[in-house]
Design a protein around this ligand. Structure first.
Ligand code: ACO
Length: 435
């Protein structure tokens, strides 16, 4: 056994068959420290053993007490509170406070928090000029990504990341201004004038007003749509160390302010494998076209010709709890918008058949949150091009909470993965005229 290493039951003994030496490595919280393997060498000059984990599928990159997911049992909790209870009883802004500050606010804290967020919804007028610089058909998510990053230039004091006040006010600004930026991006893509925030409305009511208000003196949101959108934002508020949250933490680890770091989160979300699945679900339902075509479609999926979009999840091997919650709001939204959704009938029948099918059940493939969110957004009149900005608004408190937690982490270090170099060595430079 090597010097000074862990002993007892909470340890792992590994034998290096190259040298015959054994090492004891401590197990804490079901993990071993990758750096403990560095001592395993074939000789003094050896760099030491590294771990290889493309996509970080089995690597814990931090300790976190924000969000808990048990994918096998379909459990999602924020600060220990089940998502079902939050969706039922809380509001998006209260959940945002919970994620950021670790506890549910008392009445005064909640009132102050809502007041603060409501009074930071306006953006600097130059942001409008900035937005106007985009092409008429610019993707709203790309515009959001750029404008969130640009906020760091409007609030350079946010770079003082150790200042408690700056941390707090940056979090407020991010959560408050994200809907404004998202709505401006949406209006720009339609060639419509921007609508300024209305402080008399709720967070989601104001967002709907900034999206849809036309000539009327005051936009009056339908409370059912307001509520459904609030629930959707709650359901997207955080999801621990996914691609975008990891991007936020990596960028923040270079001691970047929250605006710059959260822009990295929006960039992560921009990818179709992360934020774009609900668009793919809508396209799939449109392509299926009628419930009569479902058996053929499912047969094609089983033959491996395509995937059943909105089904399956890297972490959930059970019904995504968020999908169950949002499903319960679909009918209400359709009723409020007075819309028929031919896609809904297809979605209901497709889900039923897939859940009855051994191919899907044996692979633990169940609907995820994106199976239903696209149908709701479409019914609300939000174009598919803007679905990802909706996700980004919901996820902003989570990204900001991840940023804050990293800044307070005693083990804070700049993120710097290793690599296995597979290229050449000692290659001589060849002048261009000799190549
Ligand atoms: N339709 C059909 N078969 C599927 C699906 C699906 N949606 N998802 C997985 N499978 C099959 C795979 O073909 C594989 O079968 P096999 O064992 O016979 O080879 C098995 O189920 C396991 O699949 P993996 O790809 O290993 O599962 P993984 O956990 O890596 O993938 C993912 C998860 C990417 C989400 C996948 O289920 C998928 O592509 N789903 C559709 C896209 C989607 O809805 N994405 C949204 C995720 S939620 C979010 O990002 C908010």
């Amino acid at each position: 056994m090597e010097k000074g290493q862990a002993t007892g039951n909470d340890s792992l003994t590994v034998t290096d068959n190259r040298t015959g030496k054994s090492y004891d490595v401590e197990i804490t919280d079901g993990t071993v420290r990758a750096m403990d393997f560095r001592q395993i060498k074939v000789n003094e000059d050896d760099f030491g053993l590294m771990t290889y984990d493309p996509g970080f599928t089995n690597t814990a990159s931090c300790r976190s007490n924000i969000t808990y997911i048990d994918g096998e049992n379909g459990i999602l909790e924020h600060r220990g509170i089940p998502i079902e209870q939050l969706a039922e009883n809380s509001s998006f802004l209260e959940v945002a406070y919970l994620l950021l500050y670790g506890h549910l606010p008392n009445q005064k804290e909640l009132d102050d928090w809502i007041y603060e967020v409501t009074h930071h919804t306006y953006v600097h007028e130059n942001i409008k000029d900035f937005m106007d610089g985009f092409r008429h058909d610019a993707d709203p998510t790309g515009m959001l990504l750029a404008s969130v990053g640009a906020l760091s230039t409007f609030y350079p004091e946010a770079r003082d990341v150790n200042d408690e006040f700056q941390r707090h006010v940056s979090a407020v600004r991010l959560i408050a201004k994200m809907p404004t930026l998202a709505a401006f991006a949406y209006r720009h893509s339609l060639g419509l004038p921007y609508v300024y925030p209305d402080n008399e409305l709720s967070y989601t009511g104001n967002f709907l007003s900034m999206l849809f208000k036309m000539a009327e003196p005051r936009f009056e949101p339908d409370p059912r749509i307001e509520k459904a959108l609030d629930v959707l934002f709650i359901l997207h508020a955080d999801h621990e160390q996914n691609c975008s949250a990891a991007a936020v933490r990596v960028v923040a680890s270079a001691i970047n302010d929250p605006f710059t770091s959260v822009a990295a989160g929006v960039a992560g979300l921009y990818g179709p494998s992360h934020g774009g699945a609900n668009v793919a679900v809508l396209k799939m339902l449109q392509r299926i076209g009628s419930t009569d075509n479902i058996p053929d479609f499912l047969e094609g999926v089983k033959q491996g010709e395509e995937r059943l979009m909105g089904f399956g999840h890297r972490v959930y091997k059970n019904y995504d709890p968020r999908a169950r919650i949002i499903r319960s709001h679909v009918d209400e939204v359709l009723e409020a918008t007075n819309k028929e959704s031919p896609l809904l009938d297809i979605a209901i029948e497709l889900e039923k058949r897939a859940l009855d099918d051994e191919y899907f059940t044996s692979r633990k493939l169940y609907p995820n949150v994106d199976y239903w969110s696209g149908i709701i957004y479409e019914a609300m009149g939000i174009p598919t091009g803007a679905f990802t900005v909706m996700f980004a608004i919901g996820r902003t408190p989570g990204w900001t909470a991840q940023w804050l937690e990293l800044m307070n982490d005693e083990e804070f270090r700049i993120a710097r993965p290793r690599q296995i170099y597979t290229g050449s060595h000692d290659v001589d430079y060849v002048p261009v005229n000799e190549r």
